[in-house]
Structure formats: C-alpha cells, structure tokens
Write a new protein. Structure first.
Lengths: 278, 278
C-alpha cells in the first residue's frame, strides 16, 4: 500500500497538502467519516424503511431527547456519577493497598494471590443480588457491587507491576543500603506505574458494569434504572439517550485516568517503562 | 488478566522419583508451599466463617454458614444442574461466535490497510462504551429468547478478542515474513506458518478474557430476561430471601466459570504444543 502511495505521490506532486498532512487526514478522517456515515445510514434506514421508533429510533430522535429533555437525564445521571466515581476510587485505594501487602510479604503473597487469581475468573456479577440482601436497595449496595468488580483487575495488575522491577535496580538499591521502604518508593513503585494504570483502565470499565448492573436490579434512580424503565415502556430513544450520557461519563473517568498517567509519567521524568499489560 | 500456573502446581505435576526420606519430604514440602498455603488460607476463611457465624448467631438469611450451604447445595443439586445447562450452553455459544468473528475481523484488519484505518479506531472507542447498558435493547430487538442472550453476550465479549488478535498479528516477526516471501510462499502459507503461530499467545489471552466476559454477559442477560438459567435462579432466590440457595447457585456458577476458563487454558497448551516451543 505504501509503495503504491509513494508511486502515486511521486507522479502527482501535491503542493497544497503535504505527505504528513495527508496521512493525518487519513488516520483521523477515515474512522470519523465511517462513524458519521454509519449514523447517516442509520437515520436514512429508519426513515426509508419506516422502522417503528420503539424498535430502532433514528439518531435525530435520540438527539431530540438529549436536547429537548436534558433535566430528567441530568437528574438521573447524578446518582450514577456519584456511585461510579465512589466505587472506582474505593476500588483503586483498596486494590493498591492489597497489592502492596501482597508484594511486601512472601507469605501473604503465596497465601492470597492464587485465591485472587481464581476470583478473577469467576463471574462476580452474579453476587450482585447478594449485596442487595445485605445492604438493601440503594446507593450503598450499588457502590459495593462496583467496588467488588473493579477491584480485582487493579490488584492483579498492580501486584504484577510491583514485582516486575528490574533485579539490577533492586540490587543496586540494596548495595547502597536502601531500606525496604525506600526501595519500594524509589524503585518498585515507579516500575509498577504502567501496570497500575493499565489495571485502573480496566477498573473504569468494570466499575461501570458493576454500577449499571446494580442499578438494573435494585435502583430507584440512576441511568441504569432509567434504561430499564424506558425499555420496558418501549421508549427506545430515551434508552439510547441515557446510554449516550453513560458513555460520556465513562469517557470522562477514562480521560481522568489517562491524564493521571500522563502527569505521573511527567513527575517521574517521562521515563516510565512502557509495556503492554492486559 | 493472564493466569500463570503457580510453581507448586508444576511441582505437583512432576512425578516424585525418590522414596520419601526425611530430607526429601522437607524439600517436597517447601516445593508444595505455594499449593498448600493458598488452600490453607481458603480453608481457614471457611472455618472462620463457620465458627464466627455460629458464635455471633448471624441469621441464615444474612449469611448462611458453609455447612448449611453444602447441605442446601446437595438438596437442590438437580434443580441447579437443570438451570446450569442453558447458562453453560449460551456461554459456550457466545464465546465461540465471538472468537470466530473476532479473529476473522482481525485478519481483515491485518490484511487491508483501508479496513484497518476505517474500523480499528472505532473498535477501540467502542471498547469504552458500557455495553452492559445495551442489554435491555437486545430484549427489545430479539425478545426474551436464548438467542437474545447469546447475541448480547457475543457483543460484549467480542471486542477483547479482536483487539488482542490484531495486536498479535501486527507483532509478527518482520524478517520471518520477508523470508517467506523470498522463498515464494503464498499468502496462505505465510499466514498459516508464520502469522498465526506468532499471534496465538495474544489471541489466547484475548480468548481468556472473552470466556469470563461471555459468562458475565449471559448472567446479566438472565438477570433481566430469562425464565431459566443460573442468573435467573439467583435473582429468583434473592427475591425469596433464600440466601443459602443463592450461595449454592453461586458455587455451581463458579465451578462452571473455572471449568470453562480451564478448558481454554488447556486448549492453549495443546495448540502451543502443536506449533512447537513457546
């Protein structure tokens, strides 16, 4: 492809758009164009085939709900936002603390880590109804479901990161008589950062799943509740509008995590060992 | 989310050669520590649970003791087995569909730059969308049938397979591919002999994520629509405040989840043996 591209650009010199700009336009324009085209095709399909709006509303109808009736969506988004951020924050704090405990002591690691890995595999979402029995219907049990689901990837990934510091670096620390805590702060923790953030990114998605499923089965309020309610009432446009708002929330939280990663990388001098975990 | 076998399991699998005299027993015990310690921890937690609940007279509705759960499990085992069948079959069907579709799309993305530039960024963006929120829509579109749950579950576990397969295919050793070309291998030959074996570890790590997600998807589908299945049974039992039955169903579900994950891990080992090394 690039050979053809080179041949084309050699025979037709493009004075206005340079090669780099052309490539950028392709990498941004093609996916964006495809997305816009899909939405347009969806709108056209709904209008031409006269699909009932209960089955598949056109994008314009979803837009109307978003713009025309934002008060109700915002009202329902508030509890979901609080639950999502709370469960993600608690899951991160608990996950990192447990990961530190696991890596600090060999006995704790050997005792707990295999059990945690087994827990990774089982479908934890099935425990959601139990939390309702324990904590009742409401925000508290939803946050607990979110924490419970989001916390495992964070522990596993952070623990993997904390033990992945280079042996050379640790040996150097030891020969410079660094204390165990100094080694942790100065060597292990920076090495674990990419893993921690990879785990947190998975955690964002998981907290989202936990909160939405929690709201499906318990809530009296929240975007999950309105999705269930509207879908049973056949108001599919409202369902899709609520999903759009939910996507926005997820993107904001994911963006915050990505921003945090950028800031931490800068703090450590931009030399985070990058790796493709998870 | 990859799971490595702990050293102890490998030690267990290795045949014990010498007669156990004192030193050998001690060495074996040390080797087996990574196996014994987590099992002992799990056993200790169960014991504490049993004793603690008895001591503090925790009502069975809140937290039944393990022995009571075991008795309940034995009593309702036929019912649970009956409900486990649709859950297992739906999970397997959606996992199979997601793997086939995911690998096929990854191949298309790998071989056509146009498809890659058009689709891939959208796929990555889609990973962030809380797909769980779409579950009620699948009920609107496909009804409360098993097909609707399979479709939803396929949709939710298909993305990790595509992404990791694309990463795997892209990571093929370039010089090996060039060697193939200079030996006049056909595209098909270089795919079967080089690209696929190189991509297998990545594909399998995607499949391992997908099998857990498939079970989660089926359970969520059963929460909101089913008339049978373990997810339905758990919700039904929780509405009757029958906590021992919830735990019994969870136990069966965990066994299914682990068995399915184990099957994928076993398949990975077989396939890797077939392709030799790594």
């Amino acid at each position: 492809m690039s050979a053809i591209h080179d041949a084309v650009s050699a025979s037709f010199p493009r004075p206005i758009i340079g090669d780099a700009a052309w490539r950028l336009g392709r990498t941004v324009g093609l996916p964006l164009g495809f997305a816009i085209l899909s939405v347009a095709a969806w709108e056209l399909l709904c209008r031409v085939a006269k699909i009932s709006p209960e089955l598949l509303p056109p994008p314009s109808a979803v837009w109307e709900v978003l713009v025309g009736n934002p008060a109700i969506l915002i009202e329902q988004a508030i509890p979901t936002t609080i639950e999502l951020f709370a469960s993600f924050a608690i899951a991160t704090a608990v996950g990192v603390l447990l990961a530190i405990a696991i890596t600090f002591s060999a006995v704790v690691r050997e005792a707990l880590y295999p059990n945690i890995v087994v827990f990774q595999v089982i479908p934890k979402i099935a425990l959601a109804p139990l939390f309702i029995v324990w904590l009742g219907v409401g925000g508290r049990s939803i946050i607990t479901v979110g924490v419970f689901i989001a916390f495992f990837p964070i522990v596993v990934s952070t623990a993997t990161g904390l033990v992945s510091a280079k042996p050379d670096v640790l040996q150097l620390c030891r020969s410079l008589t660094a204390s165990e805590w100094q080694m942790f702060r100065l060597a292990r923790f920076p090495y674990a950062m990419p893993y921690l953030f990879a785990g947190m990114k998975v955690g964002v998605t998981m907290a989202m799943i936990g909160v939405v499923v929690g709201e499906f089965i318990t809530a009296q309020a929240g975007l999950g509740y309105i999705i269930m309610f509207a879908s049973s009432a056949g108001e599919t446009a409202t369902v899709l509008a609520a999903i759009v708002v939910l996507c926005g929330l997820g993107l904001v939280l994911y963006g915050l995590v990505a921003l945090g990663e950028l800031l931490v990388a800068r703090w450590y001098g931009g030399e985070l060992p990058t790796s493709g975990v998870i | 989310m990859t799971v490595e076998l702990p050293a102890g399991v490998r030690a267990l699998a290795a045949p014990i050669r010498m007669m156990p005299n004192g030193a050998a027993v001690a060495a074996n015990l040390r080797q087996l520590r990574p196996v014994i310690l987590p099992i002992a921890t799990a056993a200790a937690v169960l014991g504490l649970w049993q004793v603690g609940c008895g001591l503090f007279h925790v009502p069975s509705v809140i937290l039944p003791v393990p022995s009571e759960i075991a008795v309940e499990l034995w009593r309702i085992l036929p019912l649970l087995a009956q409900n486990a069948v649709p859950t297992t079959l739906d999970s397997l069907a959606s996992f199979g569909l997601a793997t086939a579709l995911g690998v096929a799309l990854a191949i298309a993305v790998t071989y056509s730059p146009l498809i890659r530039d058009t689709f891939y960024p959208n796929l990555v963006a889609f990973q962030l969308v809380p797909k769980v929120a779409l579950a009620p829509l699948f009920v609107v579109w496909l009804g409360i049938t098993s097909e609707s749950r399979i479709a939803f579950s396929t949709f939710s576990c298909f993305f990790p397979v595509v992404i990791s397969a694309v990463v795997g295919f892209a990571g093929t050793d370039k010089s090996t591919l060039r060697l193939c070309r200079s030996l006049t291998a056909s595209d098909w030959q270089s795919f079967m002999l080089v690209r696929l074996p190189f991509a297998l570890p990545a594909i399998f790590s995607g499949m391992k994520i997908a099998i857990t997600m498939a079970v989660i998807g089926v359970i969520i589908g059963e929460f909101i629509s089913a008339k049978a299945g373990l997810g339905y049974y758990i919700l039904y039992a929780s509405s009757r405040m029958d906590t021992p039955a919830i735990f019994a169903a969870l136990f069966v579900l965990c066994m299914i989840g682990m068995a399915l994950f184990g099957a994928v891990a076993l398949a990975e080992r077989q396939v890797r043996n077939h392709f030799g090394r790594r």
